[in-house]
Structures are given as structure tokens and as C-alpha cells.
Write a protein that binds this ligand. Structure first.
Ligand code: MG
Length: 392
């Protein structure tokens, strides 16, 4: 058993997106191991009251509220404490480079994760990556930066945490394929024709995982699984052709790796995000925990089935984007963010999410080897294009 009390120094953590689902659960882990971790920087975009409450409890050195409108409120609410308060995107990019920070947990939503993650990598920080969009949008750029800076990136995603654990002690050359499990989301058993009528409430009713609204819609369309396939490609250096998606409704097997000799390793656990967060923060070891245990006899039936690419065409979109490469995944991500927001605002129907993404990928100029600026432009122009589609 790891004797974690022997760890010489406390690790200072910056949590980008501390008020979201992953951010709150990361703070649970920080509280579980006060002798190991300190939440030094907390960043939230709009949830001012929760950010203030978190700051009072965890006493970070710095809190940043992304939306400047809430700045005065947050600052005056924390007036009696020795906590620095800042606001805005530039402050976030600055904060992740602070010398005392060891680990940056990227748990913000969507494209906004890219810029601060790049800054944190350049500053040599360890990245606990929950923001998969960073790798979907700019996986090649991020991979190059990681190689250059020597900074480490650990996945905070149940599937990628599973791959990571299956690959400990293995050689990259021995990987035959990655088998990415998917719950199938709330529409797994729906007829394809009925999806046209799917409401926001239907889509938000995820069977196994409690998550933020954006990722829950991505799970309903299975875009999330497509993004996870692209995320896995970059994290583990495996071609998208060697990543297979399999639907496993019980969400107990978090993913598997098949090796060249035909052997398959799987990682199992309860569907609880605290587990992959605890694992990512504990690396290179494991953190002992008294958290709830899984009884295998409670799961006498674990089932696996092929995903329905016809019913969930965004799976095909993701594989096509991985095949074409360049700025295509960035286009898909930008169009998806706009379309999902419009669906949540009840401006478009469920199936229109796919149509908007498809039109955006048909429209967008292709860039084979995008620079950072190309990604920025692709993102903003695609968002504009998709927004225009929604208005018309
Ligand atoms: Mg996942």
C-alpha cells in the first residue's frame, strides 16, 4: 500500500472550472487528501456564489471569475480573506504559469480550454486533462508542445483513465487496438425515427453518469464518444482505425486494450468520476481510499453491443474528422458547441445538431497543418457560420 504521508511536498493545484461537475469532484479529492493537495487557484466562469463558497472553504491564493461582470461581487465577498481575486481570460492564462502551481486540472467546457492548457504545458506543469475538446481541436499541436516541454498530461476521463491503467507496464508496440466503451446514452433503446422528437429533458436524462449539460447532450448524440476516440488517438498515439467503440450500457468496464497476442485487458469500477480524478491526481502511484467498493456479484450481466452509426451519425463524423485531420476536428467541435447550446436553448431540434455540424464541415476551408492562429480562426469562423445557420 502506498504510504502517502511520506510524500515530501504538498502539491498545489489550479482547477480551471472549479464550479462544474469535474471541478467540484476534484475539490472532494483535495479534501480527501489534505496532506497531499492544496487548491491554490480556483477558476469559474459565471457561478460566482459557488466560487465564493469554495474559496471560503479551501482558502486558495487566487480565485478568478471568468466573466468580469461578477468581479466586484466576488472581490467584495472575499474582502475579509487574504485571497487575491482576478477576472478575465488573460488572468486565467497567467495563473496557470504561477511558479507554485504543480498541476493544472482543466475542467472548463469546450474550446475555452485550449489557450490556458497551452500556457500550462509551456510552463512545464502537469496537466490533469478533463477538457477533451483541447485534444479534439488541436491534438497535433498539443502533442508537439508536450514533447518539447516535457510536461505530463494525465487523462481525467473514465475511459482514458482505463486505457492508461491497462497500458501500465506494456509496450506501445504491443497494442493491437483500443476498445472504447460507451454507455449508449439515453437514446440507446429509442427507434431512430423517434429521435426527431427528442426533447432537451429526454436528452439530459443520462442513465449512468451525472455530468454537466453540454457533455450530457454530447453523450445523447454520442458526439462525446467520437470526441473520446479522437482524444484517445492523441493521448496514446494510436490510429483512429485501431480504436473501436463498443456500447456497454452498465458502464462498469471503463475501456479495454487488446494486445498483439490476442490478450485483452479491461479496467472495471463503479461509474463514479471520483475514481479517474483520484487516479490522475495520484500518479505515479495510487491513493488509498475508503470510497464505495464495487461488488462484482451485483453485475452478473455485463453486455456489449456494436454502436448504431446510422442512428448516431456523429460517430461517423468523428471518424471522418480523424481521417481527414488538419482543422476538421476543430470545425466539428466549434459547430457542435454552437448547435448543442442552441438545442439547450430550445432553438433547434435534436437531429439538427448533426445537420449543422455536417454543413459546417462541408463549408469550412480545409487546412492540413494548422498553426495556433489557424485554430483560433477556424473556431471563430465556424461558430459564426453555425450561428447564422441557426438563425435562418
Ligand atoms: Mg468519458
Amino acid at each position: 500500500m502506498t504510504n502517502y504521508t511520506q510524500v515530501e511536498e504538498i502539491r498545489n493545484i489550479a482547477i480551471l472550472g472549479s464550479t462544474g461537475s469535474i471541478g467540484r469532484q476534484t475539490l472532494d479529492i483535495v479534501s480527501e487528501y489534505p496532506q497531499l493537495f492544496r487548491a491554490s487557484v480556483l477558476v469559474a466562469n459565471n457561478s460566482a456564489d459557488l466560487l465564493i463558497a469554495q474559496a471560503r472553504l479551501h482558502r486558495p491564493q487566487l480565485v478568478i471569475i471568468g466573466n468580469h461582470e461578477h468581479y466586484d461581487y466576488v472581490r467584495s465577498s472575499l474582502d475579509d480573506l487574504p485571497i487575491e481575486v482576478q477576472s478575465g481570460a488573460a488572468a486565467i492564462e497567467q495563473a496557470v504559469t504561477r511558479p507554485e502551481i504543480d498541476t493544472v486540472v482543466t475542467a472548463m467546457v469546450g474550446y475555452s480550454g485550449l489557450a490556458p492548457t497551452i500556457k500550462a504545458i509551456e510552463a512545464g506543469k502537469t496537466i490533469a486533462l478533463a477538457n477533451k475538446e483541447t485534444l479534439v481541436v488541436a491534438g497535433d499541436l498539443i502533442t508537439r508542445l508536450l514533447a518539447r516541454s516535457g510536461s505530463k498530461m494525465y487523462p481525467v476521463d473514465s475511459e482514458h483513465g482505463a486505457f492508461y491503467q491497462c497500458l501500465v507496464g506494456e509496450s506501445h508496440d504491443d497494442i493491437a487496438k483500443l476498445i472504447l466503451t460507451a454507455s449508449g446514452g439515453p437514446f440507446r433503446t429509442w427507434e431512430k425515427e423517434r429521435l426527431d422528437q427528442a426533447t432537451v429533458d429526454d436528452a439530459l436524462r443520462h442513465p449512468n453518469w451525472s455530468m454537466g449539460a453540454k457533455i450530457t447532450i454530447d453523450s445523447a448524440t454520442m458526439m462525446n464518444k467520437g470526441f473520446e476516440m479522437i482524444e484517445a488517438k492523441w493521448l496514446f498515439g494510436v490510429s483512429h482505425r485501431d480504436i473501436e467503440i463498443v456500447v456497454h450500457p452498465q458502464s462498469i468496464v471503463h475501456s479495454m486494450v487488446e494486445f498483439v497476442d490476442g490478450s485483452v485487458k479491461a479496467q472495471l469500477g463503479l461509474p463514479d468520476m471520483h475514481l479517474p480524478i483520484r487516479y490522475a491526481l495520484g500518479l505515479p502511484g495510487r491513493l488509498p481510499s475508503v470510497s464505495q467498493r464495487m461488488s462484482i456479484e451485483d453485475y452478473s450481466r455485463l453486455t456489449f453491443e456494436r454502436p448504431d452509426f446510422d442512428k448516431f451519425p456523429l460517430l461517423r463524423v468523428a471518424y471522418d474528422a480523424a481521417e481527414r485531420g488538419g482543422n476538421v476536428p476543430c470545425v466539428v467541435n466549434a459547430a457542435n458547441e454552437i448547435a448543442v447550446a442552441a438545442f439547450l436553448d430550445r432553438k433547434i431540434k435534436f437531429n439538427e445538431i448533426f445537420h449543422i455540424i455536417q454543413q459546417a464541415t462541408d463549408w469550412a476551408p480545409f487546412i492540413q497543418t494548422p498553426t495556433y492562429d489557424d485554430y483560433v480562426n477556424t473556431n471563430s469562423e465556424t461558430r459564426r457560420f453555425a450561428s447564422t445557420l441557426i438563425k435562418s
